[in-house]
Design a protein around this ligand. Structure first.
Ligand SMILES: *Cc1c(COP(=O)(O)O)cnc(C)c1O
Length: 434
């Protein structure tokens, strides 16, 4: 049975703009009928959607609660105070700044708060999983600060000790040699727990500050299935839209001693008026993440990624670092098919209704545009209620799709099965009637 999206609310909300209304309906349909496996995506609650689509988008509020440059901010002050209090309580932090428009802005603000231009930052190599803001030549970060890097240990080929985990000897060596003023932990494509303690010890041994970029695992930390870097690192940045399941945005929590510097770096250092509608939605997400159900969710995210990894391993794929301890599965496609690139895999999976992204793997022989890897995530599908049985099936669907690259009929059949699977797990059952 094919779902019908006749009951999407967008047609009535956007009655005067049928072009955008129809695009929103089509995107709601895409999200509801294909499998969302992008590791940095999730489905927010309807409450988060409502807050981010609210009248708060009309309000200018440059400054911070109680110290605004515009009038009329009594209510907005209460919104932002609530968001800050909820963030502090969720992560057990002294101070929170909820204004960064995105994770990249949060990182930029921290660099600006703690460093002078030209200072040295030690962060993860981009081709081993570091983020653009960790010193990509294409990012403003590398033009203002001097980056040096660490990576993961080499793959060993030994199933018991596979390697490809953060090489702390290398972190310590580079730190001793380069004397960075800031050490950054955190990654965009890494399937293991990142323990903040060894980073803290290395930072202390060379007199560096320590920032933990928790963009990906923030929800796993809030859900208490990963160790918290709060109180260990000097500053923790995160996005609110990945595993934390809130609106698109960024935030920073830190020790009291850095509060003023961080706030000034975000505004007026980097941004103008804050997005108070998004801040309200962040507040909603922080409250949701404090509930016991969210702890269960976080545990299920990790269990589901492990189940997906087991299924794919059985199908002949190799997981980078030999496994997963978070929401990500990073696949080395070469073990499955030497000829298959990340680019072709992503494009073929898209045709079958499985949405994911290609990714470099450590020491990838192919270019970042082509790659030999695929990054998958379990956070969004877990939100829809899928469990380990569905993950097993998704692994099989991925394998079948990638073995049928030239077979349009088989890809069409898989697309129909994906649609059928999705119809049992609608992300917005109360909003979009299928
Ligand atoms: C996603 C991500 C960011 C940036 O988030 P945006 O909201 O896309 O700017 C920063 N650091 C890491 C490690 C990330 O994965």
């Amino acid at each position: 049975m094919s779902p019908s999206f006749a009951a999407s609310p967008f047609d009535s909300w956007l009655a005067d703009d049928p072009e955008i209304a129809s695009l929103l309906t089509r995107e709601a349909e895409r999200q509801s009928t294909t499998l969302q496996l992008i590791a940095s995506e999730n489905f927010t609650s309807p409450a988060v959607l409502a807050a981010s689509g609210s009248v708060l988008t009309n309000k200018y509020a440059e400054g911070y609660p109680g110290r605004r440059y515009y009038g009329g901010n009594q209510i907005v002050d209460e919104v932002e105070d609530l968001a800050r209090e909820r963030a502090k309580s969720l992560f057990g932090a002294d101070h929170a700044n909820v204004q960064p428009h995105a994770g990249a802005n949060a990182n930029l603000a921290v660099y600006q708060a703690l460093l002078e231009p030209g200072d040295t930052i030690l962060a993860m190599r981009l081709d081993h999983g570091g983020h653009l803001t960790h010193g990509s030549p294409a990012s403003i970060t590398s033009k203002v600060w001097r980056f040096v890097s660490y990576g993961v240990s080499p793959a060993t080929g030994d199933a018991d000790k596979p390697g490809e985990v953060i090489d702390f000897d290398q972190v310590a060596d580079v730190a001793r040699r380069e004397r960075p003023k800031l050490i950054v932990a955190g990654s965009t494509a890494y399937s293991r727990i990142i323990d903040p303690m060894p980073f803290r010890e290395i930072a202390d041994s060379v007199g560096a500050l320590f920032m933990f970029d928790a963009a990906h695992p923030a929800g796993l930390i809030a859900g208490k299935v990963h160790p918290s870097p709060v109180g260990v690192a000097d500053v923790v940045t995160f996005t609110t839209h990945k595993t934390l399941r809130g609106p698109r945005g960024g935030a920073i929590v830190c020790n009291a001693e850095f509060a003023k510097a961080i706030d000034s770096a975000v505004f007026p250092g980097l941004q103008g008026g804050p997005l108070e509608h998004v801040i309200a939605a962040k507040a909603v997400a922080f409250a949701e993440a404090a509930r016991p159900e969210f702890h269960t969710y976080a545990a299920n995210v990790v269990a589901n990624a492990a189940a997906l990894g087991r299924s794919l391993t059985k199908e002949g794929f190799r997981m980078v670092s030999g496994g997963t301890e978070n929401h990500q599965v990073l696949l080395d496609l070469r073990a499955f098919d030497e000829e298959l690139t990340g680019k072709e895999a992503q494009e073929t999976l898209d045709r079958a209704g499985l949405t994911c992204n290609r990714n470099t793997i450590p020491d990838d022989p192919r270019s970042p545009f082509v790659t030999s890897g695929l990054r998958l995530g379990s956070a969004a599908l877990t939100t829809t209620g899928m469990g380990e049985a569905e993950m097993q099936l998704v692994g099989e669907l991925i394998s079948r799709t990638l073995r049928s690259r030239q077979d349009d009929a088989e890809l069409g059949a898989i697309r129909a099965e994906v649609r059928e699977l999705c119809s049992g797990f609608p992300p917005y059952p109360t909003l979009v009637t299928t």
